[in-house]
Design a protein around this ligand. Structure first.
Ligand code: PMV
Length: 321
């Protein structure tokens, strides 16, 4: 009763920020993302009658407290689907630092869902796997399907899931991640989501979001990179404005984040077409066409204080290894 799965992190182009149902992790709005080829989680899950308790290890550290409870809650969900109550040993490894704005909870819960359901021999559809992953961490539902992904907000647990809108090889765009921080963030996204209602801008954000989803889908369909880039930058600023105006405010950006944002604007004026997006952390995801990757990397290397650069292609979703 053992299985191993890998799942990619994903970058949101239209963001999930705020929930309409906290316990079901139903998002306030739909979102659009791309799975990332070079940042993933590999998780093995083994159920056994011999285990007396659930054991969870993430990146070599034995989980305890809230982290452990969250994984156990998720295992319970999958155990109840299978009607089995054996305890499990979970060993999970990220190939990138967790808690820095690269969605480790997304890849983590997608890999856990995939491995645990396979270990229990559940034959689940992609939709069902996406629903289950969402219950672990909202954006994890988008790390199940392949490539470019849409998460339908839904009105119930079963109708809120993600599906592929284009395969990974549909469009040769790249996400060059400029890592500026590798310390775990102070406020988790789970906590951050609960603050949205306190921002006076949140209602305004929701008024335009469905139109934005339509527009970005059109930009994807027509491979209009300029339009696509303009939408993702506006959207990242929009979400971070809600974060910064929440009570208490959430500042995920650092001075370095802002320096990179400004540099990207300068590059564009000089003819290098790249755009930024940022999730719940200080790292900047620089989105460009494949042909411009080397130039983007060269420009980033000129900025002092960037700790690492990771070039991602669009990727497949979660897989059994
Ligand atoms: O899935 P969560 O609860 O970690 O929230 C993800 C929030 C953002 O990364 C900021 C946006 C998104 O859509 O991924």
């Amino acid at each position: 009763m053992k299985a191993v799965a890998t799942a990619p992190a994903n970058i949101a182009f239209i963001k999930f920020w705020g929930k309409k149902d906290e316990s079901l992790r139903l998002p306030a709005n739909g979102s659009i993302s791309m799975n990332l080829s070079e940042v993933n989680t590999r998780t093995s899950v083994e159920f056994s009658i011999d285990y007396k308790t659930d054991y969870v290890e993430i990146d070599g550290n034995v989980s305890e407290g809230k982290e452990l409870e969250r994984v156990i809650r998720h295992l319970d969900l999958i155990r109840s689907e299978a009607g089995i109550n054996f305890k499990a040993k979970v060993v999970s490894k990220n190939n990138f630092p967790k808690g820095t704005g690269i969605a480790s909870s997304a890849s983590g819960f997608a890999a856990l869902t995939m491995a645990a359901s396979k270990a229990l021999n559940l034959k689940l559809s992609e939709k069902k796997l996406s629903v289950l992953a969402r219950l672990g961490s909202g954006s994890a539902c988008r790390s199940i399907p392949d490539g470019f992904v849409q998460w339908k907000e839904g009105r119930s647990s079963e109708s809120s899931y993600a599906y592929s809108i284009y395969p990974p090889d549909y469009w040769k765009i790249r996400d060059v991640i400029a890592l500026v921080g590798d310390v775990s963030k102070k406020v988790s996204s789970t906590e951050g989501h609960t603050r949205v209602e306190s921002s006076p801008f949140f209602k305004a954000r929701l008024l335009s979001i469905n139109h934005k989803i339509k527009e970005i889908k059109h930009a994807l369909k027509t491979k209009n990179f300029t339009k696509f880039g303009e939408i993702i930058e506006e959207e990242a600023i929009n979400m971070h404005s809600v974060m910064m105006t929440s009570c208490p405010p959430l500042f995920y950006w650092t001075a370095k984040t802002f320096e990179i944002i400004q540099a990207i604007g300068d590059w564009r004026e000089e003819g290098l077409e790249a755009y930024f997006t940022i999730d719940a952390g200080p790292n900047v995801h620089v989105i460009c066409l494949e042909k411009d990757v080397d130039m983007v990397k060269r420009r980033l290397l000129q900025i002092k204080g960037i700790k690492n650069i990771i070039v991602n292609k669009p990727s497949f979703g979660a897989r059994i290894v």
